[in-house]
Design a protein. Structure first.
Length: 543
């Protein structure tokens, strides 16, 4: 029976301290989350070392600091993208995060409860609180705040709708976002606002959705937005797009309102239609946890590659590390070689298999902040990996895999890289039938950790020499003459180190609110709501 692991009390406490250590720095600063992580990680780790706690506790916090920090930065980006107008003062501070962060038992931030605490703190202006409440689908809080923000949003939307220069041209238009990030396109669909591109307003989809809802609720006017008709309509598949957006609060709201009867496995299958990204991981965890052991096994066997993709990510990698044999047995024999390759490429993203390259969510990860971080983040997808877990998984599955599979992997990948680095044609041609290969097989077959050690250092030639000296000292002189001396000496023979560079074809990363196109009929309803002779006061639009 596969149950999701929760962090031990020690690790969970370490994760909580790690999050708090990050809040001591300017984590709300704009720009790329990856670049900010790279800038702050050394300072955070130095702060951990200065804590007046035992060395063992420092080690636990340091290990958690890397994935926790990146997860926190993505959460910050999520919050600001729903509440922060461009060029407006930052409302979120490290002190707020310090006081309001709530964690789940797996170490992830509980988005809903953290947002609730931020709203309840009394430190937010009504407009920001309203936007957060809309994002979190807190209906009672939204209705309570609506009278105090109604005028602001109506005036702002009317002013922005008069600017036709954005229509269809904004870098954050749904057309661009559909290609760049399914998150925004899906959420736009589920909130039923994508009717035309007549006008463009800078508000999140959730806020527009709830403004329309508040208009209907307040005035009991079905023609204002057909709000309740949308919620209670015949098409119950609208909620599936809420799953795709990765917002658990949004997903749960639509499931509840639509009285969805689908089982968790159908929801998980829908999640699998989207790229493997951190922002949807909580939706996956929420649904997978609710499945029975039989259904968990069924989903795992039916969608093995997708499931493995998720279970290699932090924090689910803890479950994999603690249940390696059980999960390994879910993987069919024809996929086990593929799995070994993919976990190896995740551990060593600079290790390229030119002739065996797959694009399925595993192979797209690059080194971001140096080998020593023990963390890998993709160039375009915010999936987070913890090296300690992945190494444990690799060593465990190597031990229990068949000799034939281990031999196949060594021949097709490890030896291919070693022999391919040699400039000696004769050595390459004779390697297959030489006793050198047999000796190397005896070195690596029993212990997967030795395979990792071989490629952890840039100089693979030196790594191999050290491994032989440690585990086969009697053969060192022979293998030095017959093998090691023929191998390439330059690190680029084995690996490359691409720098993290944003994709130039996507919009510039922003932590500010993305705009949305809305139907002009909706604007007219707002005009009707306000008396048309009223002059819009631009001075009120400052949030």
């Amino acid at each position: 029976m596969l149950c999701l692991s929760v962090q031990s009390l020690s690790n969970l406490s370490g994760a909580h301290v790690a999050y708090l250590m990050w809040t001591r720095h300017d984590v709300t600063k704009g720009g790329s989350s990856e670049k900010l992580f790279k800038k702050l990680i050394d300072a955070v780790l130095a702060d951990v070392q200065s804590l007046p706690v035992p060395e063992q506790s420092k080690s636990v916090v340091s290990m958690q600091a890397k994935p926790a920090g990146m997860h926190l930065l993505y959460f910050m980006k999520f919050l600001l993208s729903k509440t922060q107008l461009e060029h407006s003062p930052k409302w979120l501070t490290g002190e707020m995060l310090f006081n309001c962060l709530v964690l789940n038992g797996d170490g992830l931030i509980n988005h809903s409860k953290t947002i609730e605490k931020l709203i309840d703190s009394g430190l937010l202006d009504n407009v920001t609180a309203f936007r957060l409440a809309c994002t979190n689908f807190q209906e009672m809080e939204i209705v309570k705040l609506w009278p105090s923000v109604r005028q602001y949003f109506f005036e702002k939307m009317l002013l922005e709708s008069q600017d036709t220069s954005h229509t269809g041209k904004s870098p954050y238009s749904p057309r661009t976002l559909l290609c760049y990030n399914r998150f925004y396109a899906d959420l736009e669909t589920v909130l039923n606002i994508r009717n035309s591109r007549d006008r463009y307003v800078i508000e999140p989809s959730e806020v527009l959705f709830w403004i329309r809802g508040c208009m209907s609720i307040e005035n009991n006017r079905e023609d204002a937005s057909s709000f309740m008709e949308f919620i209670l309509g015949d098409d119950e598949l609208h909620w599936t797009d809420a799953v795709g957006c990765g917002n658990v609060a949004c997903m749960d709201y639509f499931k509840r309102c639509l009285n969805v009867r689908y089982g968790g496995e159908e929801i998980i299958e829908y999640i699998f239609k989207h790229p493997v990204v951190d922002c949807r991981l909580q939706c996956f965890i929420s649904e997978f946890s609710s499945l029975s052991s039989e259904k968990k096994s069924f989903v795992f066997r039916k969608h093995t590659q997708k499931m493995i993709s998720h279970f290699l990510q932090w924090p689910l990698s803890l479950t994999f590390a603690e249940n390696a044999e059980e999960i390994w047995n879910f993987i069919s024999e024809d996929l086990k070689e593929h799995f070994l390759q993919k976990i190896f490429e995740t551990l060593f993203p600079h290790f390229r298999f030119f002739y065996r390259f797959f694009i399925d969510g595993f192979s797209l990860f690059i080194p971001m902040a140096g080998e020593q971080l023990g963390l890998r983040v993709s160039e375009t997808l915010p999936a987070i990996y913890m090296f300690e877990h992945l190494e444990h998984i690799w060593i465990a599955v190597w031990k229990i895999s068949s000799i034939s599979l281990r031999t196949l992997f060594l021949n097709m990948y490890v030896f291919y890289k070693l022999v391919g680095s040699s400039k000696s044609r004769k050595f390459r041609e004779n390697f297959e039938d030489s006793d050198v290969k047999e000796k190397l097989l005896s070195l690596f077959l029993p212990n997967g950790e030795r395979v990792l050690e071989l490629f952890k250092r840039e100089n693979t030639k030196e790594s191999l020499r050290n491994l032989i000296a440690m585990h086969m000292p009697e053969d060192l002189k022979y293998l030095e003459k017959r093998c090691i001396s023929f191998l390439g000496t330059r690190s680029e023979d084995f690996m490359y180190r691409p720098r993290f560079k944003p994709n130039r074809n996507k919009p510039n990363e922003s932590s500010c609110i993305h705009g949305n196109s809305i139907n002009m009929d909706f604007i007219e309803k707002i005009r009707e709501f306000m008396f048309s002779s009223r002059t819009v006061d631009k001075s009120n639009i400052h949030h």
